[in-house]
Design a protein. Structure first.
Length: 182
C-alpha cells in the first residue's frame, strides 16, 4: 500500500475506536510479534471496554489468565500518557477471548463485533491449522498466517483483505501536518 489516509496515519492512533484497537492487535499477532504496543489513547479504549461490565472478571478466559495487573498497567499508561505500553501476545489473546465473551454493549458497534469475531476465528485457525497448510512450505510466521487467511472456509473481512497492511510510522508536526521523512 503506497499511501494511507489521514485517519489511518494519525486519527486511528489519536482517536481510536474499538475496531481500531482490535486491528492493532490483529496486525501485531499476524506479524508474529511477541507483544502488542498500544499508545495511551488505545489503552484508554481497551481499559474502558474491559471494565464496562464487572461480570467479565468472572469469565472463563479471565479466570484462566487474570488481567488484574494488565488493568493497572493500562490505567498507568492512560494517566501518564505513555507513548507505548507493551502487552504480551498471551495477554492480547486473553483480552480478545474476554471481549469475545462480553455481552453486547451500546458502545460496541456491529463493525466492532464483526472484527472481534473475525479476529477470534483467525486466532483459532492459526492455532489449529484446519486448512492443513504445510509448515515445511510456509513455516509458522506471517507467510503461514497469510496462507491460512486465504484458505479459510468462512472468509471474514480480515481474510478478504489478505492480512494487515504494513503501517510505517510517520512524523507529524505540532499542528498535525505530515513531515516528510528523509
Amino acid at each position: 500500500m503506497g499511501w494511507l489516509c489521514w485517519h489511518c496515519l494519525v486519527g486511528r492512533r489519536q482517536q481510536p475506536r474499538r475496531r481500531d484497537v482490535l486491528l492493532r492487535v490483529f496486525h501485531a499477532l499476524f506479524a508474529g510479534l511477541e507483544g502488542v504496543g498500544l499508545n495511551a489513547h488505545e489503552c484508554a479504549v481497551t481499559l474502558e471496554w474491559l471494565t464496562e461490565d464487572p461480570a467479565l472478571e468472572g469469565s472463563k478466559p479471565w479466570t484462566a489468565d487474570p488481567l488484574d495487573k494488565t488493568l493497572v498497567r493500562l490505567r498507568t499508561s492512560v494517566a501518564d500518557q505513555r507513548p507505548t505500553t507493551w502487552l504480551s501476545a498471551q495477554t492480547a489473546h486473553t483480552i480478545v477471548a474476554v471481549l469475545h465473551e462480553a455481552p453486547a454493549s451500546p458502545a460496541t458497534t456491529a463493525q466492532d463485533a464483526d472484527t472481534l469475531a473475525a479476529l477470534v476465528q483467525h486466532l483459532a485457525e492459526w492455532a489449529t491449522n484446519p486448512a492443513a497448510v504445510p509448515s515445511s512450505r510456509y513455516g509458522t510466521g506471517w507467510r503461514y498466517r497469510r496462507q491460512l487467511l486465504s484458505l479459510t472456509c468462512h472468509p471474514t473481512v480480515l481474510s478478504r483483505q489478505g492480512g494487515p497492511f504494513h503501517l510505517f510510522q510517520c512524523r507529524v508536526s505540532a499542528t498535525g501536518q505530515l513531515v516528510e521523512t528523509d
